[in-house]
Design a protein around this ligand. Structure first.
Ligand SMILES: [Zn+2]
Ligand SMILES: [Zn+2]
Length: 266
């Protein structure tokens, strides 16, 4: 085993799909019926690993499956981008890590996200005696950069339709899911990126998500070394869309896929 570079984060895309996942239930379009494994997209999430510690961005309805798939034996933190169902509904599956680690899991998010999490998972927070096991978490309201895995994490404010949500920058990478607009004030937080993972739902405009064309315009503006699209709907076939991106003059941009793994410098 080669010694781990102390200045490297390991990123794994746990899910690259939109809220309903791909295949979408009941749909038999070319992408939903595709045999290409990169066209199978669980709900959007990212794993960040460093020195045997692990943090996930969002606990999707697929969180348990995603954790099993990568053999996630330890969890050191959760970052929540926002409160939509496709980003929080796996929260209850934090319990096994509480058992193993005998400690609460720190969770980072905004006050708005936590108010919904407290409502949806009221049994976790209502402090009523219970015979069932419940997740044990410490909620940390994000109001500026914070340290996790010994690395600074910088919240990146985004607009998801009318909703204020968070992306995150860590080292020379950033993860921006679920947004339709990047506020001008967030642009300086995204300079000098090696890897940018960003929302690109489909080609047809959507009030809360970027299209491929809008995502490419942002890549052109921010100039990361590489960019990866996520939160992908069933309208975008993996290999054809990648070929299209190359033909459009963006050979350094590709669709992310479940299981995509790469390293980033801190
Ligand atoms: Zn979403
Ligand atoms: Zn959303």
């Amino acid at each position: 085993m080669r010694p781990e570079n102390p200045h490297t984060l390991h990123l794994t895309v746990l899910g690259s799909g939109t809220s309903m996942g791909v295949p979408t239930l009941g749909c038999h379009c070319a992408v939903c019926d595709s045999s290409d494994p990169r066209d199978k997209r669980l709900r959007p999430s990212l794993l960040i690993s460093h020195h045997g510690q692990n943090v996930v961005i969002d606990t999707t309805p697929d969180f348990r499956t995603q954790a099993l798939r990568v053999g996630l034996d330890r969890l050191d933190g959760v970052l929540l981008t926002h409160c939509h169902a496709d980003h929080i509904l796996g929260f209850d599956d934090l319990r096994p890590y509480n058992y193993r680690q005998k400690a609460p899991i720190p969770v980072y998010g905004t006050a708005e996200t936590f108010s919904v999490v407290r409502r949806v998972f009221s049994y976790v927070f209502d402090q009523k005696p219970t015979l069932s096991s419940i997740p044990s978490v410490e909620l940390h309201e994000v109001d500026g950069p914070f340290s996790l895995l010994g690395v600074p994490f910088i919240p990146v404010p985004l607009l998801h339709g009318e909703m204020d949500i968070l992306g995150f920058r860590f080292g020379r990478a950033a993860y921006l899911t679920d947004f339709s607009r990047l506020p001008e004030s967030s642009v300086p937080l995204l300079e000098d990126l090696d890897d940018l993972i960003l929302d690109a739902l489909r080609d047809v405009p959507h009030p809360m998500h970027q299209t491929v064309e809008q995502a490419l315009a942002l890549v052109h503006e921010l100039q990361p070394r590489r960019a990866w699209f996520t939160h992908i709907a069933h309208e975008l076939p993996h290999s054809e869309t990648n070929a299209r991106l190359v033909a459009a003059g963006f050979p350094h941009v590709a669709l992310a896929y479940d299981g995509l793994h790469f390293e980033v410098r801190v």
